[in-house]
Design a protein around this ligand. Structure first.
Ligand SMILES: Nc1nc2c(ncn2[C@@H]2O[C@H](COP(=O)(O)OP(=O)(O)OP(=O)(O)O)[C@@H](O)[C@H]2O)c(=O)[nH]1
Ligand SMILES: [Mg+2]
Length: 203
């Protein structure tokens, strides 16, 4: 009986922990973004950009933002590492897709990798935040231009937003995270994941 009430209490009052996948092709700036998030939202000082190396495994970052707990999973974007991405899809509440907005020659590649992500059944209904990163660099394109380049057709009813950011100076990041928390809180996918974890917890 106690465990039933405790389960209900936890369900109603504890903060949901949201799992957010940071994806994008190599060198887009995913790990630099993760480190910036740590600096902006926690007492931890994130690694400076010159200490960050290409990701091979998984980097994890935990922050609290807009009264929610967020766990970020940052994966390697090199082509041979992308098969690992899908192992994390099922448990992800949302996707942050990072694009190097200062490198138009990589847009086609970024677009096809993103389309593949969006087609995956395990990510159905997951809100999508597309970040046009490296806005501190001259020549970086705006979100409008990037959206035109990508011309995504697979969005259906998915909640999504484009945001111009810089993982170096932090531009746009807080706005983007605010949006992310808000949509994760009201997305049907969050409800489904909550039911699934609840059911697993009581099995
Ligand atoms: N100017 C500028 N450079 C950036 C920014 N974000 C990342 N970079 C640089 O871009 C390069 C790649 O950054 P990473 O964070 O390692 O990229 P990644 O997406 O994690 O790459 P993989 O781990 O290989 O998938 C590094 O030289 C970073 O310093 C940014 O906002 N502005
Ligand atoms: Mg990385």
């Amino acid at each position: 009986m106690f465990s039933l009430f405790y389960g209900l209490w936890k369900y109603l009052f504890s903060k949901t922990e949201f799992h957010v996948l940071i994806l994008g092709i190599d060198k887009a700036g995913k790990t630099t973004l993760l480190e910036k998030l740590k600096s902006l939202y926690s007492n931890l000082e994130g690694l400076p950009p010159d200490r960050i190396v290409p990701t091979v495994g998984l980097n994890i970052g935990r922050i609290e933002a807009s009264d929610a707990k967020l766990v970020f999973w940052d994966l390697g974007g090199q082509i041979g590492l992308r098969t690992i991405w899908e192992k994390y899809y099922e448990e992800a509440h949302a996707i942050v897709y990072v694009i190097d907005a200062a490198c138009p020659s990589s847009f086609e590649h970024s677009k096809s990798a993103l389309e593949k992500v969006l087609r995956h059944e395990d990510l159905r209904g997951a809100p999508l935040l597309i970040l046009a990163n490296k806005q501190d660099l001259p020549g970086s394109v705006s979100v409008e231009e990037l959206a035109r380049y990508l011309d995504l057709k697979e969005l259906d009813e998915r909640l999504y937003m484009f945001e111009a950011v810089s993982a170096y100076d932090g531009m746009g990041i807080k706005l983007a995270i605010e949006w992310l928390v808000e949509v994760m809180e009201r997305s049907k996918r969050t409800e489904l994941l909550r039911i699934r974890t609840g059911a697993a917890g009581h099995a």
